[in-house]
Write a protein that binds this ligand. Structure first.
Ligand code: ADP
Length: 462
């Protein structure tokens, strides 16, 4: 249960790791210190014994020392000194310590065999570091010299060190644990805020943000990413709501018109011609609704990613010819002249139905908005690198810079009254943009108000 908190788990791991490392460190320090202290002690015994080996006397080949050495060097009396002859008998002992230092026959044997050795004995309650050296004369071993120095200083120092380590170890560990817990809490507290916010959020209210001023580290980036994700979600939900509201509004307009005409017609008896007139009008409104619902369906399917694109080799020239045939009657009616500047062999891998729809949308707009001014519409296409470029330019009213970036938005119309009269709901260009993009292409518009508008569609050839 307790370990369900990351900060505790992190701290625990960290403390365990630290405990192991710290223990290894303490043991290392202790052992190194011990090694060094004994090394120094042995060095000091060795230099003393070197001096003594130089002043050893031989009495009939038996090595011995005299008290004069010690009177000349009072420091020498701080050491324990003992000399043996070849047979293991003591020939000299300086008696610097009360009590006997036991004789180790094995050590003697070793020394007589030429190997110096070291041991620790207790003399007079003093631990003594005792080293045994062979005494040579003219290349032959004639006896043994034993030099000892008390090692209680060394032991004292080691005990003090152990005490310091024993206190420092838990204190450091406790301090580090608290510090670790504090740091982990500090680092992870934004995650708690994130959890709380996520719990409060619902689709209806995505306006809340963490807005935490955090550094650019893992948690800071997580918090910022979370806010950015909320922003996108919020925007997506807003767009969806707007889309539903706009769509309902657009559908109500023709329905209201139908209802109005039928109501008026039913007020009293009318002749057959009037009924026919009303039915024609109702039929036109129904057509508008069918077109609108068709567009809405296309966009809804596009949003849901449900449209399957059937790509095939498409000759753009053919598509444009089909579209022109379609639009010609309307162009004639509105007095717009159509011109074509064909490109050669421009082919793309695309869904022919969708490309036709895109072309129709552009031509339809061009004719619709240029109409009544005696204007003209020109369509051209050509290869441009890995893309095919389709350009539809008209000599219509143009689009001012403030509207230009928005005409591809859903339901966006510049002159609402005029567009609606013409039957547009502001969905044509957003569908066209979707078609271009779903093929991996793009669409954009350039316009000079008063002179005309040019739509450029780029579609990948492969
Ligand atoms: P609509 O169905 O209203 O035509 P579109 O999405 O096709 O909707 O176009 C959006 C708006 O862009 C139109 O309402 C119109 O104001 C403007 N527009 C589109 N094409 C042209 C054009 N060729 N010339 C001038 N304005 C245009």
């Amino acid at each position: 249960m307790m370990l369900r908190s990351v900060r505790l788990r992190l701290t625990l791991w960290y403390v365990v790791l630290l405990a192991v490392i710290l223990a290894a460190f303490c043991a290392g320090v202790y052992m190194l210190m011990r090694e060094q202290l004994y090394h120094n002690l042995d060095d000091s015994i060795e230099s003393r014994s070197n001096i003594l080996l130089g002043v050893i006397l031989f009495d009939d080949q038996r090595p011995t020392l005299t008290g004069t050495v010690f009177s000349q060097d009072p420091d020498a009396n701080e050491s324990f000194v003992r000399v043996f002859d070849e047979s293991g008998r003591v020939t000299f002992e300086n008696r610097a310590f009360e009590g006997e230092a036991p004789v180790d026959s094995l050590a003697l044997e070793h020394a007589l065999a030429g190997k110096s050795n070291t041991r620790t004995v207790d003399v007079d309650d003093t631990p003594l570091r005792l080293r045994t050296f062979p005494v040579e004369r003219e290349g032959e071993i004639r006896g043994v010299l034993e030099v000892g120095q008390p090692e209680d200083d060394v032991r004292e120092t080691l005990r003090a060190l152990l005490l310091i380590l024993a206190v420092a170890y838990p204190v450091t560990l406790a301090g580090a644990s608290l510090g670790g817990l504090f740091l982990a809490s500090k680092a992870l507290s934004p995650i708690d805020s994130l959890t709380q916010l996520a719990r409060r959020l619902s689709a209806e209210d995505l306006s809340q943000r963490l807005n935490m001023k955090l550094p650019d580290d893992e948690v800071g980036r997580l918090a910022r990413t979370f806010d950015e994700m909320l922003e996108r979600l919020d925007e997506a939900f807003r767009r969806q709501r707007r889309f539903t509201a706009d769509a309902s509004h657009e559908l109500r307009t023709p329905l209201t018109a139908i209802k109005g005409q039928v109501d008026v017609a039913l007020e009293r008896d009318r002749d057959a011609e009037t009924y026919r007139e009303v039915l024609r009008s109702v039929n036109a409104d129904a057509d508008r609704m069918i077109r609108l619902v068709g567009s809405l369906l296309t966009l809804a399917r596009a949003d849901a990613g449900q449209v399957t694109i059937h790509r095939e080799d498409v000759d753009i020239g053919r598509v444009v010819t089909d579209a022109l045939d379609h639009i010609q009657p309307e162009a004639d009616r509105l007095g717009v002249s159509l011109a074509v500047r064909p490109g050669n062999g421009v082919r793309i891998m695309a869904d022919p139905d969708l490309i036709l729809q895109l072309t129709l949308n552009l031509l339809d707009n061009g004719v619709k908005y240029t109409g009544g001014r005696g204007g003209s519409l020109e369509v051209s296409w050509q290869n441009s690198g890995r893309f095919a470029e389709l350009v539809v330019s008209d000599t219509g009213p143009g689009i001012s810079a403030e509207h230009l970036p928005r005409i591809f938005d859903r339901f966006y119309r510049i002159d609402t009254a005029r567009s609606r009269a013409d039957g547009g709901a502001g969905l044509g260009l957003s569908i066209s943009r979707w078609i271009a993009e779903v093929h991996g292409g793009s669409i954009h518009a350039e316009s000079t108000p008063g002179e005309g508008t040019k739509f450029i569609v780029r579609l990948p050839t492969q």
